[in-house]
Design a protein around this ligand. Structure first.
Ligand SMILES: C[S@@+](CC[C@H](N)C(=O)[O-])C[C@H]1O[C@@H](n2cnc3c(N)ncnc32)[C@H](O)[C@@H]1O
Length: 305
């Protein structure tokens, strides 16, 4: 098995989504400075580091300390060119400055959480496994899903579920949470998932997804302030690209994709970038077959003019 194969199919079965497409479109082979804003366990990094023939620096950012240290271990044969930064990617400018560079040739985002984070019960991201209601990517941050679920008002919960989960039954679910927590705090993932399942009418179970999917997505976005970070991160990414450099973002739901599309469009209308992907690139059927979570992925790429 080659090094790259071992990266693609590691023991926790985390597949780097559309890594071939991202590698080609970001012209990784020629890039000297690469910034990976969502290093995760270093799946894409493995592929990119192996392909980058002219590399002088690879900055890997993640706000999850545990992932960062596992990626560091996995990528240790590249440690001379690798700089690991624990930070939110909305502070991308500082990460680059502290790494001694002003601009990058390729800037990459693979949004959301990794399979590793999802399957760790104690992180509380999955509604299928019992765990604390946590959902913080950065475990040093102060607000967890528990805090939101047990302290936001019915109105605020409704708004979180509607805005970040586009959930049709937001108000009903919020009301039921407020009622349940008046008896005892809601403290686990399964408790919350059951409560949502009991509120959503049976007929809507016909949806392909579990009724708690959108509620967990909404809470995760709110806990980690994901959309604010994305907006700032992509804008900073564009401004830090070298002329001819490329930025690529893989998003997994419409709220993320909308921000990327809009930010690219605005920068293009101001003559700052040209959009390389007129339509977002999506995974091929074979990839979706091998890795179901990739089915909703969309890759958009822009080039600095
Ligand atoms: C989908 S995973 C990336 C997987 C990675 N590309 C790989 O192949 O191993 C997303 C990662 O980005 C991190 N992340 C998400 N939002 C972030 C943000 N705003 N700032 C820094 N890291 C973030 C998460 O902690 C997670 O480790």
């Amino acid at each position: 098995m080659t090094f790259m194969e071992s990266c693609v199919m590691d023991e926790i079965k985390h597949y780097p989504v559309m890594y071939r497409e991202a590698r080609e479109l970001l012209r990784i082979e020629e890039a000297r400075v690469i910034v990976d804003c969502t290093l995760g366990l270093g799946g894409h990094a493995c592929c990119f580091l192996e392909a980058a023939k002219n590399l002088s620096l690879y900055v890997g950012i993640d706000k999850d300390e545990e992932s960062l240290s596992m990626a560091g271990e996995r990528l240790k044969s590249f440690s001379q060119k690798l700089r690991l930064v624990k930070s939110d990617f909305s502070h991308l400018d500082e990460a680059l400055k502290n790494s001694g560079v002003n601009e990058a040739d390729a800037i990459f985002f693979d949004l959301g959480i990794s399979a590793y984070q999802l399957t760790k019960n104690e992180r509380g991201f999955s509604f299928l496994q019992e765990g604390p209601l946590d959902m913080r990517m950065d475990r040093d941050s102060f607000v967890s899903a528990y805090d939101l679920v047990n302290n936001l008002s019915e109105e605020e919960l409704t708004s979180v579920f509607f805005k970040f989960g586009e959930e049709h039954y937001s108000r009903r679910i919020a009301r039921s949470i407020v009622e349940a927590r008046s008896r005892e705090p809601i403290s686990t993932t399964i408790q919350l998932a059951r409560l949502v399942g009991a509120v959503v009418p049976v007929r809507s179970f016909k949806y392909r997804i579990h009724p708690a999917t959108r509620i967990f997505q909404a809470l995760r976005i709110a806990v980690n302030r994901e959309l604010e970070s994305l907006d700032a991160g992509v804008q900073k990414g564009i401004s830090l690209l070298a002329k001819g450099g490329r930025i690529g973002v893989i998003s997994f739901h419409s709220l993320e994709d909308r921000i990327v599309k809009q930010t690219f469009k605005e920068s293009a209308s101001r003559g700052i970038i040209k959009v390389i992907t007129k339509k977002p690139v999506e995974p091929q059927d074979k990839e979706i077959e091998e890795n179901t979570p990739s089915r909703s992925a969309k890759l958009r790429v822009g080039e600095k003019i």
